[in-house]
Ligand binder design. Structure first.
Ligand code: NOJ
Length: 493
């Protein structure tokens, strides 16, 4: 069919330009172009985020701290994994990373410059218990005592993640790590110890970061530490042990923390987006969300595995008791969600599951990292599904961001407009969610600064601040101004 050509005027009408009055000055209005520019600058911003919305940045211990031999820290599975030839794309490791262990005060000033009022960091288990269990190492805890004090002194609320993948190597050697529920129990003991000492100042704790990635990439595909490629039934048992670790930690945190502290997971829920926003597709996307997160958020929030999950697993299903399920579903105060991309576009279907997952066309775009397919609407649908399916009353976006090539231009500035484009679109969708009453209470941008991006080493830069890994110099990228402006306006800049 021949392409119907529109005149510019017709197209403007279709696109609504004349209604918005932005492209054409009314004839005879006498409004000069510069006045129009000023008017545009002063126009009322879109409705903002809730007035108590919390803006923050996020990092994790192994990705930024370095100083892996300081103050009695024991080895973690990532130290060991990074020694394997070929495990890390650039053969690097987290030995130095961004030297945050020594530069943390300076890094807190970077947060302050952004106007951020919250910071999500993780605590390195091998610093607190160098052997995973047994005798604690007070010097390891001291670092986090200082970090928390410095954050509070600068008006920044600390949000602590207890497990961001750096399992003490001893637990891997002794029990096979998460293949054994002994690790789930050791995790609860470590959580209890930390909460008892930090909860006078830290009021929000995340249990485990991205259960599903640590299960799949760490234990099924071997791409993350500990680099295992287990059988389907062993993978399901690991998944169960990780969920159990989450539940035991929730209980330990409540039992050992001060009154009023809040706890929840930080999960990268499998994201299911209605391909076209019809009531039937929206319902199908909800069904898909519940099924495809069966071993993670669904069991944590419902206290049971879905029938379809158990039926599909058959004999390879996890071994567990009714008591395990009660522990896993211990009440939580909020759900943390790491939101990066759409995992599935969903269409309603007249089949047993009630949905079809649309295949991604080859032409679907990606950001610098080929796995990161941008789909800003993910930021609307994931929290909306979670709030609706499980009646969750409080949600934090615990991560969102993108890597970029981040090359300085001739004038030295890093014009990372791809990151700004990505953030602007995702935040617009988040604003859509909060304005409709989806209870998202805060947002932590990943990441404050470039860091060790796991098996990609230092080749993927996710930071608002560029880090020169030779000199440890931090330089704000243009996206840092975008984020600062957004925080200042409490609306998308
Ligand atoms: C999620 C992980 O929690 C974080 O550690 C990682 O760097 C980002 N995704 C980007 O891949």
């Amino acid at each position: 069919m021949p392409f119907k050509r529109f005149s510019r005027r017709q197209f403007g009408k279709i696109a609504g330009w004349s209604a918005l009055g932005t492209s054409v000055l009314p004839a005879g209005s006498g409004l000069a172009q510069s006045d129009a520019d000023t008017a545009a600058r002063n126009r009322k911003p879109l409705p903002g985020f809730p007035s108590d919305f919390l803006w923050g940045t996020a990092t994790s211990a192994y990705q930024i701290e370095g100083s892996v031999h300081e103050d009695g820290r024991g080895p973690s599975i990532w130290d060991r994994f990074a020694e394997k030839p070929g495990a890390i794309a650039d053969n690097s490791n987290g030995d130095i990373a961004t030297d945050h262990y020594r530069l943390y005060k300076q890094d807190i000033q970077l947060m302050k410059t952004l106007g951020a009022k919250a910071y999500r960091f993780s605590i390195a288990w091998p610093r607190i218990f160098p052997d995973g269990a047994g005798a604690p190492n007070p010097e390891g805890l001291d670092f986090y005592n200082h970090l928390v004090d410095e954050l509070l002194a600068n008006g920044i609320q600390p949000f602590a993640t207890l497990y961001h993948w750096d399992l003490p190597q001893t637990l891997q050697d002794r029990f096979g790590g998460w293949t054994s529920r002994d690790t789930s129990k050791a995790f609860a003991d470590y959580a209890a110890h930390v909460t008892a000492r930090l909860s006078d100042r830290v009021k929000h704790f995340f249990t485990i970061n991205e259960c599903s990635r640590l299960v799949h990439l760490g234990h099924e595909y071997g791409a993350d530490a500990p680099g295992l490629k287990l059988s389907p039934s062993d993978v399901k048992q690991v998944r169960h042990n990780v969920a159990l670790g989450h539940g035991l930690a929730v209980q330990a945190i409540r039992a050992n923390g001060q009154a009023g502290i809040k706890v929840g997971p930080a999960e990268n829920a499998v994201s299911c987006i209605p391909a076209v926003e019809t009531p039937a597709n929206i319902r199908a996307a909800e069904l898909a969300t519940r099924e495809l997160n069966a071993g993670y958020l669904t069991v944590m929030l419902e206290g049971k595995y879905t029938d379809a999950y158990l039926a599909q697993a058959g004999k390879a299903g996890p071994k567990y008791t009714a008591e395990d399920l009660r522990i896993i579903s211990s009440p939580i105060d909020f759900v943390g969600l790491n939101v990066y991309m759409p995992d599935h576009y969903v269409v309603a279907a007249d089949n047993e599951r009630g949905f079809t997952l649309a295949p991604f066309p080859k032409s679907f775009p990606h950001m610098k990292a080929t796995w990161l397919r941008p789909g800003p609407e993910t930021m609307y649908w994931v929290p909306r599904h979670v709030a609706k399916l499980w009646n969750v009353k409080s949600i934090y976006i615990t991560e969102n961001g993108t890597s970029g090539s981040d090359q300085p231009a001739a004038d030295g500035t890093i014009y990372d407009v791809d990151r700004i484009m990505y953030l602007r679109n995702y935040l617009t969708q988040l604003q859509r969610a909060t304005s409709e009453g989806v209870p998202v209470h805060g947002y932590f941008l990943w990441s404050l600064m470039d860091n060790f991006e796991w098996s990609d080493g230092y080749q993927e830069r996710f930071g608002l601040y560029h880090v020169d890994f030779e000199t440890q110099r931090r330089t704000p990228k243009l996206s840092a101004s975008f984020y600062r402006e957004t925080i200042a306006r409490n609306a998308v800049a």
